[in-house]
Design a protein around this ligand. Structure first.
Ligand SMILES: *[C@@H]1O[C@H](CO)[C@@H](O)[C@H](O)[C@H]1NC(C)=O
Ligand SMILES: *[C@@H]1O[C@H](CO)[C@@H](O)[C@H](O)[C@H]1NC(C)=O
Length: 593
């Protein structure tokens, strides 16, 4: 215990003033963290001797950007007023919510029995997998879902188990910094924001201290696939020359929230450095507004490359732009500017209306190549890119952009339509459709068949192709689809995520029915004796075996089931006007005026 021994009244006055200043400082910044008492409970004495805290830094930053201090803005509401609900509708909603919870409970019980503290349960064989460091990814990813579903005893048990996770040891040769950030850091921060449990912030700090060492490079850019053992040994490291843009561009929410909660700006500084580099090059790419899929951290080059997508490997870069605005109460205008420039390009170049047998007014987001000023669309849809409908809803509401809201709804409808178009009611990982030639989009069977044949020619090694009807039969192509390269469904959340956000923003009851249909379809196809499993082929009819892949990634319980549950929850449960979800569906508390 520190002893203060004032020797004179002047000393007493000085100390009083100092204490007052400390009090004012902590109380004025505590708006960022209503649940963190001060002095912070997470800073237990052993923090100073925690391995990652004591490891010397080879390339200390020259200066640390402070957290912004301007008053947060009052953004327009994202959520619509609640829908009115008849007693019978209430009953239906609650019974559906209970059904979703029962699927989660079954998965949790199996994880606990067969794979406790492993990263994943193998849902068919009942064995354990450790692809994410062996730090109990499923457990950490599920903490906030346990809390939201009211599973308090299970939550308490999980928090106690999480407290003993050791982030100073792993069998992995290479740590994926992005996955570790969104699943572990995001999981702890969210569970802390919801429950106020200081042990969870402490674990977030432990992960944060570890990840901070991935930024210990000459230019303070992170090593996204990180040789953690070299870092532990104190070796000098450099950032990679080629990496996926999502892996460097979407660390901002978690690092910033950690700084807001701990009042230590070093994490915010680390990610803001990346943001500034990306912002300054955003308009000088081959498709101004969007960043290429592959960038260089080593040279800080974010504008060379010809492939542009909002899908896999780029997605969350764009996702985190308006979400950073929401998280920080608009204190950093750069994020809004980046979002608006990115969406102007994406809406113009990436979105297309596919031709469907019922002439649906829907949109799909594809990828484009931009070479020598020529922009070419590759009309490939992905399950993953379904997040975009939710994101444009969020950005459209926050920044009052009607064009974003219009595109958002058509994208959400596109995802719902694609689920229904497949025989099991589930969208495959990837697919191709035929873009409408013009804004009038009448179904034309011959054009579709020609599209099927053209697509088959691109992929075929066989000299003589069968005719279109034979390809359609062989590949089980529903009308409108020209190819389905990846037939799996891996328990992904993005479609229900966008349905959830769109429902909260519009209160449109048809979205609730769409969500329930998705849930029953997914459960019917993926359910195993123990839990739920990724499947190999969702183009097979229900009377055929879709093929269990014996895989249940942590996002099934961390994201997919959480979003399903929240569709059927009370309207203000995790209100989008108070919370913002990271890309692993972990809600973080927004800074509000
Ligand atoms: C999920 O699917 C399994 C297998 O078809 C079924 O037994 C179970 O009742 C389903 N659960 C719900 C909540 O629909
Ligand atoms: C990029 O261009 C947009 C206009 O399209 C502008 O609003 C934005 O400020 C520009 N960004 C930078 C960093 O100059």
């Amino acid at each position: 215990m520190p002893l203060i021994r004032p020797r004179s009244s002047a000393g007493i006055a000085l100390i009083t003033i100092l204490l007052l200043l400390v009090y004012l400082w902590t109380s004025s910044t505590s708006i960022t963290s209503p649940t963190t008492p001060s002095p912070p409970l997470w800073r237990t004495p052993d923090y100073e001797s925690y391995f990652w805290t004591t490891l010397p830094i080879n390339y200390p930053p020259k200066e640390i950007r402070p957290l912004p201090t301007s008053s947060p803005l009052k953004f327009p509401k994202i959520q619509s007023p609640p829908p009115s609900e008849s007693p019978s509708a209430l009953k239906t909603r609650l019974s559906r919510q209970a059904a979703i919870k029962s699927v989660f409970s079954k998965c949790w019980a199996s994880y606990k029995r067969h794979a406790w503290k492993a990263d994943e349960l193998a849902p068919v064989s009942g064995s354990r997998k450790n692809p994410f460091g062996g730090w109990a990814a499923t457990l950490v990813d599920s903490l906030d879902t346990l809390w939201l579903m009211g599973m308090k005893p299970e939550f308490d048990e999980a928090v106690a188990a999480a407290s003993s996770i050791d982030f100073t040891t792993t069998d992995l040769a290479e740590v994926n910094v992005f996955e570790t950030t969104i699943r572990y850091l995001g999981g702890f921060l969210s569970a802390h924001d919801l429950s106020g449990d200081a042990r969870l912030l402490r674990k977030a700090v432990e992960v944060g201290e570890m990840l901070y060492r991935a930024f210990d490079t000459p230019n303070r850019m992170p090593i996204t696939r990180w040789d953690i053992h070299a870092a532990m040994a104190g070796k000098k490291q450099v950032a990679p020359a080629g990496l996926l843009v999502a892996e460097i561009g979407s660390l901002s929410m978690e690092f910033t929230r950690l700084s807001m909660l701990t009042r230590d700006p070093k994490w915010f500084d680390a990610v803001q450095h990346i943001t500034e580099g990306m912002a300054s090059q955003q308009n000088s790419t081959a498709l101004p507004g969007l960043w290429p899929l592959v960038v260089s951290a080593q040279d800080q080059v974010f504008n060379v490359g010809d492939a542009f997508t909002l899908g896999a490997m780029a997605d969350s870069v764009y996702e985190y732009l308006p979400k950073m605005s929401a998280l920080t109460g608009g204190q950093l205008p750069i994020y809004r500017e980046m979002y608006e420039a990115a969406m102007a390009a994406a809406l113009k170049h990436n979105l297309f209306r596919p031709m469907t047998p019922t002439n649906e007014d829907i949109l799909v987001s594809g990828s484009v190549k931009a070479e020598n000023g020529v922009v070419t669309l590759d009309p490939q849809g992905q399950h993953l890119v379904c997040f975009l409908g939710g994101l444009l809803t969020l950005g459209g509401k926050l920044f009052g952009r009607q064009q974003d809201l219009d595109a958002a709804r058509r994208l959400v409808d596109g995802c719902v339509w694609t689920y229904k178009a497949l025989p099991r009611g589930i969208m495959p990982e990837t697919f191709y459709m035929l873009p409408c030639p013009s804004s009038t989009c009448a179904w034309d069977e011959q054009s579709w068949k020609k599209g099927v044949l053209d697509r088959a020619k691109k992929n075929a090694d066989e000299a003589s192709l069968p005719d279109a009807d034979a390809v359609i039969a062989r590949d089980r192509l529903p009308k409108g689809f020209t190819s389905i390269p990846d037939r799996r469904y891996i328990l992904r959340p993005e479609a229900i995520e966008s349905v959830f956000v769109s429902y909260r923003a519009t209160a449109d009851p048809s979205l609730v029915e769409a969500a329930w249909d998705m849930f029953t379809a997914i459960n019917a196809t993926t359910s195993t004796r123990l839990a739920n499993s990724a499947v190999w082929d969702v183009t097979l009819p229900m009377d055929k075996d879709a093929g269990m892949a014996d895989s249940m990634e942590s996002f099934w319980m961390g994201e997919t089931l959480k979003y399903f549950y929240l569709v059927f929850a009370d309207w203000d449960e995790v209100s989008l006007d108070e919370w913002v979800f990271n890309t692993e569906a972990h809600p973080l508390r927004r800074l509000l005026p």
